[in-house]
Write a protein that binds this ligand. Structure first.
Ligand code: ADP
Ligand code: MG
Length: 544
């Protein structure tokens, strides 16, 4: 079943090298922080070891390793309930895109080894621990697990390759050129050496030196025109653990007193947990090419939490801690600059690549709009990059700018309505008068929409007004009535209004005549300044 997921089997090696690289990053960091004082970190590397006769390929690293419990949780569990669930959902996902999404969700990176291997054996010892762990599985949902006394620190993953596909030399993973080609293609930028061990010499003599296959050059430090889009995309996949191409790549080089490089990616799909508490946001922080941390939250505001990438700063201490980051004014400067750059990129997409912008907005619009509430400095830039469903067009969203350009003479506000779905909004009695008069209304259906319009208040001097709140005066027929006529109407209906007020009792504040309806006899309206329950919840969730 795993086979059908991957269009290209070669990527199993990318996944294993990527895991090894992460493990080396973690050990390096632990050493920097003196967490594992007794570990030798002078020659951190990844080794590839091919045995043609035995048809095995081993990926070995001397990184952080895993404890027995970690193997059980990180590797073992996928082989139990996780795999079952994964495989079941995979069968239900009809198209390739759906399957890709599942891989992202379940993180079967390690399990891609079973695309090319009948059996996988992993031996690992956590840095600083005495005992190692040996895990082995044939990928069919079961595995064996035991402790071992003799295990080098780090992790080695041995693949017992499937029988050679004689018709297709392209998939011979014992072939040296094949291995070199895959590493070059997918893992060139990995900052640790990936070494291919030499074949044992036939006469038993000196087999020669191991060959380093990757250039280890940080992509963000290389000139823009030397790096291909594919190379950027491979880096994205490595750091984001996403399987798909990113939607957009953003580069930024800052020179001067505080020098840094940033390489940011906008994914093409929102992760399923983007709106949950546990979502790990942030980009990777490097200091002078040395990996310092994943998920550095201080570099981007929460409403850009979908952005992935790398920031490499020249003048921070390698020992920099979360506490220091939170107070560092250079970090705040970087955050401001990155934020503006991302917003400008989205705005550019809108004009230059409407399809990609539409994808962006569908996936991340609801998150971006949180910034309208929380980041008043960038409010205009966020609005300029935002679009909204509108009664003007059934399919195409509009910008506020275009809305204002279409406003009729005498219309003095930008009208919107919030609710569950476009359909429920269109059927709302609140819309009747607007439809009758041909006044455009924005149809807002994200939870955050309840909040931002209030926070923003106006656009280019035009108030943003909910059609469901307060008194609405659209002009026209009502204006033609004289005050005397209105008074007379008021008297005429005074009895009915009084009767209704009495019967509705506590449930309403007031019953009044209105010109907002053309077909429905009555509707419920909020006070202009009242918080709806959804709004109160939202503010609380955003910590306001
Ligand atoms: P992901 O890399 O997306 O987390 P994987 O399936 O590739 O998912 O790996 C699962 C986990 O197993 C990793 O997050 C890591 O904690 C652990 N792991 C895998 N390979 C290694 C390794 N070589 N050294 C240490 N830990 C590893
Ligand atoms: Mg992985």
């Amino acid at each position: 079943m795993i086979h059908s997921v991957y269009s290209n089997k070669d990527v199993f090696l990318r996944e294993l090298v990527s895991n090894a690289s992460d493990a080396l990053d973690k050990l390096r960091l632990a050493a920097l922080r003196d967490d594992t004082p007794d570990v030798d970190v002078t020659d951190l590397h990844i080794e590839l070891d091919v045995d043609k006769e035995a048809r095995t390929l081993t990926v070995r690293d001397n990184g952080i390793g895993m404890s027995y419990d970690e193997v059980t949780h990180l590797i073992g569990t996928i082989a139990n309930s996780g795999t079952a669930k994964f495989l079941q959902e995979l069968r239900e996902a009809k198209d390739a895109a759906g399957a890709d999404g599942l891989i992202g969700q379940f993180g079967v990176g390690f399990y891609s080894a079973f695309m090319v291997a009948d059996e996988v054996t992993l031996v690992t010892r956590r840095a600083g621990e005495a005992q190692g762990t040996r895990w082995s599985s044939r990928g069919e949902g079961t595995y064996t697990l035991e402790t071992v006394d003799e295990a080098p620190q780090g992790t080695s993953v041995t693949l017992h390759l499937k029988p050679a596909d004689s018709e297709n030399q392209l998939h011979d993973y014992t072939s040296e050129w094949k291995i070199k080609e895959i590493v070059k293609r997918y893992s060139d930028f990995i900052t640790w050496p990936v070494r291919l061990l030499p074949k044992p010499a036939e006469d038993g003599g000196d087999p020669g030196e191991a060959e380093t296959l990757n250039s280890m050059k940080a992509l963000w430090a290389r000139p823009r025109d030397e790096v291909s889009d594919d190379e950027y995309h491979e880096l994205y996949k490595h750091i984001s653990h996403d399987w798909r191409e990113p939607l957009e790549t953003i580069r930024l080089q800052a020179e001067g007193t505080f020098e840094y490089q940033a390489l940011l990616f906008v994914p093409s799909h929102a992760p399923h947990d983007l709106f949950t508490q546990g979502y790990q946001r942030g980009v990777q922080l490097y200091v002078k090419r040395v990996f310092i941390m994943d998920d550095c939250e201080e570099l981007l505001p929460p409403y850009l939490r979908f952005v992935k990438g790398v920031v490499d700063a020249q003048d921070l201490s390698l020992n920099v801690s979360r506490e220091i980051l939170q107070q560092d004014r250079h970090i705040r400067m970087i955050q401001r600059r990155l934020t503006k750059k991302v917003l400008a990129t989205v705005k550019d997409l809108m004009a230059s690549a409407p399809d990609r912008y539409a994808t962006f907005w569908r996936e991340f619009g609801a998150v971006l709009k949180e910034g309208l509430v929380t980041d008043s400095d960038n409010r205009d830039a966020i609005l300029a990059a935002s679009s909204f469903a509108s009664t003007h067009d059934a399919d195409e969203p509009t910008t506020l700018k275009s809305y204002v350009e279409r406003m009729k003479d005498g219309q003095d506000a930008v009208y919107f309505m919030t609710g569950e779905s476009r359909q429920s909004l269109e059927n709302s009695p609140h819309m009747e008068a607007f439809r009758a008069k041909g006044v455009e209304v924005l149809l807002l259906t994200d939870a955050v929409d309840e909040v931002w319009a209030d926070a923003v208040g106006e656009y280019e001097g035009k108030p943003l007004r909910s059609v469901a709140k307060g008194e609405i005066d659209l002009g026209g027929s009502e204006d033609e009535k004289t005050d005397a006529e209105k008074d007379q109407q008021g008297e005429e209906y005074a009895g009915l209004l009084g009767w209704m007020t009495e019967h509705l009792g506590e449930d309403v504040k007031e019953v009044r005549l209105s010109s907002r309806l053309t077909v429905s006899p009555a509707c419920v309206v909020s006070d202009a300044n009242e918080l709806t329950p959804a709004l109160e919840n939202m503010y609380r969730a955003m910590g306001q």
